[in-house]
Design a protein. Structure first.
Length: 292
């Protein structure tokens, strides 16, 4: 690793240590991808981690990686789409941790399918709403009481730039994320005076197992999981309302000011761009975006 990258990484970890070192941090979706990458970063920064995921096997692997670094961590297997499991998870977290300083709602399910192929599959929409919205809401509400009692805490919700830009073929996924997005916006307004920060991190494409089924994006630049995890870290360090690329915020503004223009642009470029991506896919498998 070049010296400049080592120095940048060390500076980031030092800032993260000041933000969450010695504090109780609950991280969902911790068994792979962005969650695993951030778990390792937070562990190096001295956080007291509670890892949550559906996959017990994946959780065990991540916990063993942390233990190899000399970092103990708690692991809880739970499906956020199951309300009973979320209720049990909240009780276990309260029992084992007492209170939570930071909650990172990172777990998610994705689905790429055009709406005209989903006409008889409303249950898929319901499943994504349960996992990407209602489950994280139940977990947030369950852990919020202690934050309110102490007037201190951080909540970070990992979202997608598709909520800002629109995302054809991802209606179910983006809609479920948008619901969580607006829940977070309400929390920002209600909890700001209570010294509880709420941040939404809008992620671009990230090269993780969740992206693997959408092979057409093999030709599209994507962040590495470690790069994406640093965006969560920056949210904890700075406590902003949102972490988002500038260009997606500009597109979001255009959607508001000129929705007809954006509709026309998508109609014009969507199919040709995806045909081009499909042709490039074999030569660009695994390509990642440069560090930001």
């Amino acid at each position: 690793m070049p010296f400049s990258e080592v120095r940048q990484r060390n500076r980031y970890l030092a800032q993260l240590r000041r933000a969450i070192g010695g504090r109780n941090v609950v991280l969902t979706g911790a068994s792979s991808g962005i969650g695993r990458a951030f778990a390792l970063q937070a562990g190096e920064a001295g956080a007291k981690l509670a890892l949550v995921a559906r996959s017990q096997e994946g959780l065990t692997r991540v916990r063993e990686e942390l233990e190899a670094l000399g970092v103990p961590a708690l692991a809880f297997s739970a499906d956020l789409g199951d309300r009973g499991q979320v209720t049990k998870l909240v009780a276990e977290l309260q029992l084992r941790l007492g209170s939570v300083d930071a909650l990172i709602n990172n777990a998610a399910l994705s689905l790429r399918r055009p709406v005209d192929q989903s006409l008889d599959r409303v249950d898929d929409f319901a499943r994504l709403v349960e996992v990407n919205y209602l489950g994280p809401v139940a977990l947030t509400l369950g852990l919020l009481r202690a934050m309110l009692e102490r007037n201190r805490g951080q909540i970070v919700n990992v979202s997608t730039i598709g909520v800002q830009t629109g995302a054809p073929n991802f209606a179910a996924y983006v809609a479920s994320k948008a619901a969580m997005d607006h829940f977070a916006r309400a929390l920002v307004l209600e909890l700001g005076r209570r010294c509880i920060s709420v941040t939404t991190v809008y992620m671009p494409l990230v090269r993780t197992p969740m992206l693997d089924p959408s092979h057409i994006y093999d030709a599209w630049p994507a962040l590495a999981a470690d790069q994406a995890a640093r965006r969560i870290g920056r949210a904890l360090i700075r406590g902003p309302v949102r972490v988002a690329p500038r260009w997606t915020s500009a597109v979001e503004l255009l959607h508001t000011l000129a929705p007809g223009l954006m509709r026309g642009a998508f109609a014009l470029v969507h199919d040709p761009v995806h045909r081009w991506m499909d042709k490039l896919r074999p030569a660009h498998r695994g390509r990642q975006r440069p560090p930001d």
